[in-house]
Design a protein around this ligand. Structure first.
Ligand SMILES: [Mg+2]
Length: 358
């Protein structure tokens, strides 16, 4: 059937939080719990929604939908601006729970990650029970629900996490892969969008079995490299490992403002709020890293991004203040919609030396 290299034995869990941003808002604001809620920009600013809860979805509201249109579908929709710092912090807490089971974690976004639990020892190695436990711990400790997919490869785990959503999981065991992909609707395969689907449909290709029948050569002729990968997926082949993110080269905190600000004093207030958060995030990194530079970033209301940096080996609020003034001077008088602070990091020389000696 396949000329590809045999797949290594793997147990992959794909964890996907249920309407994450909206769920965090509902958790933190009881008055939002029983109403349709969406996170996004305001309608009078041509804003777009990033997430909505299930109540809002009943009205046809979807993520990436313009706020104004969503409000037409659902006039009672409560649109909240979103608190990215809280979502990032919550995401870090979720990752702490993942780390009880494995270090092999590949985040796809703040609310979604692949976990490779092939070598995890809990529950006699049952990935199904580990996924259940992870979801239970997220719920008990963070008050949020997650869905999971369990499979011997990434793409099937990802598709599976959607099948019993919300607050559910779906398991595809190794001996179930063949029948799963045969019946799999092609539009569910990550990377197959609307346009591709139209082409596939025009050729009479709807599920994995159709692609299997057409054969590898023909798929490559028709679709090139993408055709090959689609043929592989349709045959239950996905050799991609879970890739752990590399060492951070910087740590940053930023805030998108609900309204543009213009004054230095207002920007200073944001910096003062961000500074302790930066300190907190930085602390664990300083075990094996040191600070190489400080930077301030600003996004103007025309979406132009500017950043100013200064080489320095310590956190220093006065330097951030100077950098802030320099950044603002690049477009004097222009409204500002985002302010961020960041710190460049490098591995401590003594650790670098140890790494070289290994
Ligand atoms: Mg999600």
């Amino acid at each position: 059937m396949t000329e590809s290299i045999p797949l290594p034995f793997r147990k992959i869990i794909h964890v996907d939080m249920d309407c994450f941003y909206a769920a965090v808002e509902m958790r933190d604001n009881p008055e939002l719990r029983n109403v349709p809620v969406a996170i996004g920009g305001q309608s009078d600013r041509r804003g777009v929604l990033s997430t909505c809860n299930y109540q809002a979805r009943k009205y046809g509201v979807r993520s990436a939908m313009p706020t104004a249109h969503a409000l037409k579908l659902c006039p009672s929709l409560v649109v909240v601006p979103g608190r990215m710092a809280v979502y990032k912090e919550t995401s870090a807490q979720i990752h702490q729970i993942f780390r009880r089971y494995t270090e092999l974690i590949e985040p796809l976004s703040l609310d979604e990650a692949y976990l490779d639990v092939t070598d995890a020892h809990q529950f006699q190695g049952s990935a199904t029970l580990m996924a259940q436990a992870i979801r239970r711990e997220i719920h008990e400790e963070l008050g949020l629900t997650a869905s999971a997919g369990v499979a011997p490869m990434k793409f099937i785990a990802k598709i599976a996490s959607d099948l019993n959503k919300p607050n559910g999981q779906f398991v595809v065991r190794p001996d179930e892969v063949a029948s799963f992909v045969e019946r799999l609707a092609l539009h569910k395969i990550p990377g197959v969008g609307k346009v591709t689907m139209q082409k596939l449909n025009a050729l009479g290709l709807r599920c994995g079995a159709d692609v299997q029948q057409l054969g590898r050569e023909r798929m490559v002729e028709l679709f090139g490299k993408f055709g090959l990968s689609l043929w592989e997926r349709a045959n239950g082949y996905d050799p991609r490992p879970v890739v752990v993110q590399r060492d951070p080269k910087s740590v940053g905190v930023e805030r998108t403002l609900s309204q543009d600000i213009f004054q230095l004093t207002e920007c200073r207030q944001v910096v003062t709020q961000l500074y302790p958060e930066l300190e907190r995030r930085l602390a664990p990194k300083l075990a094996d890293k040191e600070i190489s530079k400080l930077g301030v970033k600003i996004k103007f209301n025309d979406f132009r991004l500017t950043s100013v940096e200064h080489h320095h080996s310590q956190l220093d609020e006065a330097i951030f203040d100077r950098l802030l003034q320099q950044a603002m001077q690049r477009q004097p008088g222009k409204g500002i919609r985002l302010v961020g602070l960041y710190v460049g990091l490098r591995t401590r020389p003594e650790i670098q030396q140890l790494l070289l000696e290994v």
